[in-house]
Design a protein around this ligand. Structure first.
Ligand code: SAH
Length: 236
């Protein structure tokens, strides 16, 4: 195609600009549909959570070959045998944390960095730990590139939490553990909330909401049956 009166390089530049704008609009529309049809429709209504999911470009967090599936109602592979959770599960877990702006949150299982980006839309105090080094490295690069510069990524075993930055207002674990790692309960503030998939791999798992009250009393409540990859431990 040629646009009369314009040279070829200018035309190509304008067309690629147009393609970029169209693509962006399509992604925004896909995200909006995702939030309405998969998340609001299933009962998650917390405004901050919905706004965060509307904003984070999920397609940037999945491998190129899965981009066209980024906004569909399912988990997707992210390499190294790991997966990015289904959008509804990300929304549900984030809502369960009842996170307030400025609160300090720890995530175990950075994976692609998507959940960390969603948290970073709500608070600038996000800490995340990933045990698989290539995933930790690529998630950190991706988060920087997309402007989530305050998220701190560490490569290590999240079983021990991150004592240097404890205590946390909220902890979110995105790999299944049984029992709940004691260090994570310790590193929760009084008044803190933790959401964690509990159960052995390939057996029944439940998302459990753990709360610590003002006097340090801990309560656990199973809230949703789920299927997560297991929390792995380093081999010695
Ligand atoms: N939250 C991620 C999805 C994570 S999948 C996202 O938004 O993309 C679970 C992740 O937990 C995997 O990347 C896995 O490598 C990591 N993981 C498993 N055991 C771990 C451990 N002991 N410490 C930290 N991360 C762990």
């Amino acid at each position: 195609m040629r646009i009369a009166g314009l040279g070829q390089p200018v035309t190509a530049f304008l067309l690629s600009g147009l393609a970029w704008v169209t693509c962006r609009a399509n992604e925004e529309e896909a995200r909006h549909r995702m939030v309405q049809d998969q998340i609001v429709a299933r009962g998650v209504t917390e405004r901050r959570v919905l706004l965060a999911l509307e904003k984070v470009p999920r397609h940037e967090f999945v491998p190129r070959q899965f981009r066209r599936l980024a906004y569909t109602d399912r988990p997707l592979p992210i390499g190294e045998g790991q997966t990015i959770s289904q959008p509804y599960i990300v929304a549900y877990m984030t809502a369960a944390l009842a996170l307030q702006p400025g609160e300090k949150v720890l995530e175990i299982g950075t994976g692609s960095g998507y959940q960390a980006a969603v948290l970073a839309e709500i608070t600038t105090n996000v800490f995340t730990i990933e045990i698989v080094e290539p995933l930790a490295r690529s998630a950190e690069e991706r988060l920087r590139r997309l402007g989530y510069r305050t998220v701190q990524v560490k490569c290590g075993d999240g079983y021990h939490g991150w004592p240097e930055h404890a205590p946390f207002d909220a902890i979110i674990v995105t790999c299944a553990a049984e029992p709940i790692p004691p260090a994570l309960i310790e590193q929760l503030k009084s008044g803190g909330r933790m959401i964690i998939p509990r159960g052995k791999p390939f057996s029944e798992q439940w998302l459990v909401l753990v709360t610590k009250d003002a006097v340090g009393q801990v309560t656990t409540e199973p809230v949703l049956p789920v299927a997560f990859v297991p929390m792995t431990r380093p081999r010695h």
